[in-house]
Write a protein that binds this ligand. Structure first.
Ligand SMILES: *Cc1c(COP(=O)(O)O)cnc(C)c1O
Length: 431
């Protein structure tokens, strides 16, 4: 498989080059030259297949012979080693829980897969690679955990001091070994600017082999298809495929679902559930796309004003608005409605969502109210404990901390404090 840049000004790249580069040199996103079609037998036999077999079959055409089959099988099984249960919430709404991974968010899947691919690509290199990433919360933890102890790769994560939840901070700062957390006395934009300056600094790049673990990387984006297949595997009414609702920010997750669907996965309709950041929801209603400045909300992992992966959705449908509109709808949900939904679902159905899941639940409910006979799945993208500061006041109860992360909460935080100055970052990276 070759990947072209969505800006069409760079040469095509294979899976290895696309993964190492992240962004194409012309600043476009890498996009597969074709979308593979899965066999009908694969879909009709899906209930007899293991998680590992499904993931391997789905990803293999994208990787081709770039990674030897046994290595790719190993990477896949280390990526999907946890559960992806589909939980019934109401008679027609199910939750696909994507928070059973090590950092309790769906980003674990992409981060684990990408880190292992990169680890494979640097094996035998005499030069170590440095992954530099800025996080507003969820990405950092998933990247830290995913890259821990991957040989030949060092990870430097910048996060805004005091602006991530305590669970998220512990996940970033207690990992150690090849993972270093830099605590910036500024906001997320400062962190992102410092990272961008580093990538643009020729002197630094001559000295260090720098790459990013950004969500636009093909090795983070494409494995996100896996759990859409696991949802279908657990869907009992195969004659009436599900409507799938995805809480969306940068639109990588839903775009992976659309790719899975075009490859042959039965899905009746997709819903992009957005918070107040509604650029794509507006586009789906009007056919006109306008990027907007990001607005802060209580579902902050979706606070994206200009979603990077939107261009991949356009590419997937040859820029044909009617075709896109036919397959997906968009909703924008306010913070008030999100809180109310979280509370209602908890009280009526005894199911606790996180704020992102609540946005998706509400959008799905609105859609199903107008489509009698349809049933649906929403993606529960994070464990509610990651957003306890929002969830607890709404339900007036403490959120139970899962065993898996209790250990992290008592570990000692280690971070390097920095003012939002690029020179300090550069000095550190060169030391
Ligand atoms: C990152 C994230 C999202 C948004 O996913 P995109 O692929 O950027 O659309 C939704 N929910 C949670 C909890 C996240 O961390």
């Amino acid at each position: 498989m070759q990947y072209y840049s969505t800006n069409k000004q760079s040469a095509v790249a294979d899976f290895k080059e696309a993964t190492i580069k992240g962004l194409a040199p012309d600043n476009g996103l890498y996009y597969p030259e074709n979308i593979p079609v899965l066999s009908k037998e694969f879909i009709s036999n899906i209930n007899s297949l293991s998680k590992e077999e499904i993931a391997f079959t789905v990803i293999k055409p994208y990787v081709g012979d770039i990674i030897p089959e046994p290595v790719l099988r190993q990477i896949v099984s280390e990526t999907v080693y946890f559960d992806f249960p589909l939980i019934k919430v109401t008679d027609d709404i199910f939750s696909l829980e994507l928070f059973h991974g090590p950092t309790l968010a769906f980003k674990d899947v992409g981060a684990r897969f990408m880190s292992r691919c990169l680890g494979h690509f640097v094996t035998g290199n005499d030069r170590e690679i440095t992954v530099l990433v800025a996080t507003s919360g969820d990405t950092g933890g998933a990247v830290a955990s995913g890259f821990l102890n991957v040989e030949g790769v060092n990870v430097v994560i910048l996060y805004p001091s005091g602006k991530v939840s305590s669970v998220q901070e512990q996940q970033l700062t207690t990992v150690g070994n090849n993972i270093c957390a830099i605590e910036v006395s500024g906001n997320f934009d400062d962190c992102q600017r410092m990272v961008k300056e580093a990538f643009a600094d020729k002197e630094l790049n001559d000295e260090l082999f720098l790459t990013s673990a950004n969500s636009i990387n093909v090795a983070r984006w494409l494995p996100q298809q896996f759990y859409y297949f696991y949802a279908y595997q657990q869907w009992t009414d195969k004659n009436n495929p599900p409507v799938v609702c995805v809480p969306s920010g940068n639109f990588g997750n839903i775009c992976a679902g659309l790719v899975a669907h075009i490859s042959g996965l039965p899905v009746k309709h997709f819903i992009a559930a957005c918070n107040a950041n509604n650029a794509v929801a507006d586009y789906l209603q009007s056919g006109i796309f306008n990027a907007k400045p990001a607005i802060a909300t209580i579902s902050n992992a979706m606070d994206v004003g200009n979603p990077s992966n939107f261009v991949r959705i356009l590419e997937l449908f040859q820029h044909q608005y009617p075709a896109i509109k036919n397959v997906m709808s968009g909703y924008s949900i306010t913070d008030d409605t999100t809180r109310q939904t979280l509370k209602d679902v908890y009280e009526k159905y005894h199911y606790l969502t996180d704020p992102h899941g609540a946005v998706a639940f509400n959008a799905l409910q609105q859609y199903l109210a107008k489509h009698a006979g349809d049933k649906g799945i929403f993606l529960e993208t994070a464990h509610p404990v990651k957003f306890y500061d929002v969830v607890e006041p709404v339900i007036q109860k403490q959120v139970h901390i899962p065993e898996a992360i209790k250990g992290i909460m008592s570990r000692k935080k280690e971070s390097i404090l920095m003012t939002p100055s690029y020179n300090m970052l550069k000095e550190y990276l060169l030391s």
